[in-house]
Ligand binder design. Structure first.
Ligand SMILES: Cc1cc2nc3c(=O)[nH]c(=O)nc-3n(C[C@H](O)[C@H](O)[C@H](O)COP(=O)(O)O)c2cc1C
Length: 335
């Protein structure tokens, strides 16, 4: 059914389809009938509760950052059966992101390329939506918040952007992810070098220790060389972070040959999977058993989900597979 509908959707520009999808989900979540319809579409999803980072998850599959950047449709994603939703990337101030077009589909590879550059409403709007959502009493899944910086923030003020967003939103999120791995904001990925990452993570961890002690994680790029990945894992362990999200989009175009025509942006989806497995293997070795490892990158089949769990991932996130599998994604991947 969805494969037919998908053919029609894929005739339209990817970003406008996404905007309409978020708008429709947001409309649906606001009424009891809308929420019941979403539950009916999603189908029954077996609960296999897990406790992690002091939070309870109904099962291990959630929505990756970027789908609901501004916390507009968290409840709808919950009703579609996801066990957690990571909103963001959230920046201090609203910003338009990069010029369009900036999102491309490659259906033959089940991949996307995006060069969005954190378009978003900024932290105040996200704060207001999450306050309303929590006050509704309907939220039953953990909400993660992915932290970022504005594109026009000068390098010497980068840490202050992350600190501001974290401080503003720490009451309304259940866990927080320091995003230093998106390829579409100039200089962001340079923050992954341990000598730059350490002071940033220390500043955030210190503020956290004085405030709400929320689980704090770091999200890394699959393009980091293996030694650097291991170094970030060691740092996460040393600083007693709650965990690592592995990983973000990749610059490697050879994974989806038709995507080579798009020179900017990060590739996501099915072709990333072999590298995701490598990331998990390296990071599980470095992290302690108590630290969470969240897998993202091409988890497009139930077998792949099981393989990631076997490699030591504690939670699984999807964005691109959700676009290709449709609203029954959670049921299909947890089959
Ligand atoms: C259109 C799009 C936008 C994204 N935006 C963000 C973002 O704002 N912050 C972030 O940390 N990751 C972002 N991501 C990366 C995803 O969260 C995920 O790490 C990556 O796409 C790999 O997972 P997937 O194969 O399930 O898509 C985005 C991905 C896509 C496709």
């Amino acid at each position: 059914m969805y494969s037919l509908f998908r053919k029609l959707l894929f005739l339209r520009d990817p970003e406008s389809v996404h905007t309409s999808a978020v708008r429709s989900l947001s409309a649906a979540q606001s009424s009891a009938i809308g929420r019941a319809t979403l539950r009916a579409i999603a189908g029954r999803i077996p609960e296999k509760p897990v406790e992690l980072m002091g939070l309870r998850f109904r099962h291990r599959l959630g929505v990756a950052a970027g789908f609901d950047k501004d916390a507009r449709c968290v409840l709808a994603l919950q009703e579609l059966g996801f066990a957690f939703v990571e909103v963001g990337t959230v920046t201090p101030r609203p910003q338009p992101g990069n010029p369009q077009p900036r999102l491309w589909r490659f259906p033959e590879s089940e991949a996307l390329v995006n060069a969005l550059g954190f378009p978003g409403d900024g932290m105040e709007a996200v704060h207001a939506r999450l306050v309303t959502l929590r006050a509704s009493g309907r939220l039953r899944v953990p909400v993660g918040i992915n932290l970022g910086k504005n594109a026009d923030t000068p390098p010497e003020k980068t840490a202050s952007d992350y600190l501001q967003v974290f401080r503003r939103l720490d009451e309304v999120g259940d866990y927080f992810v320091v995003n230093v791995s998106s390829p579409n904001t100039a200089g962001l990925r340079d923050l992954q070098a341990v000598e730059r990452l350490r002071p940033l993570l220390c500043a955030l961890a210190e503020m956290n220790a004085w405030r709400l002690k929320k689980p704090l994680l770091v999200k890394i790029a699959p393009d980091l060389p293996d030694d650097d990945l291991a170094a970030v894992g060691k740092l996460a362990r040393e600083l007693k972070l709650a965990g690592v999200v592995a990983g973000n989009t990749t610059l490697r175009r050879e994974l989806a040959p038709r995507a080579a025509v798009i020179e900017r942006g990060g590739l996501s989806g099915a072709p990333q999977f072999p590298r995701t497995q490598e990331l998990l293997t390296i990071l599980r070795r470095e992290l302690s058993d108590e630290q969470a490892l969240i897998a993202a990158g091409g988890l497009s089949t139930p077998e792949r989900v099981r393989e990631c769990l076997a490699l030591g991932a504690n939670l699984i996130q999807v964005y691109t597979p959700f676009i290709y599998l449709g609203p029954r994604c959670a049921r299909r991947l947890l089959a």
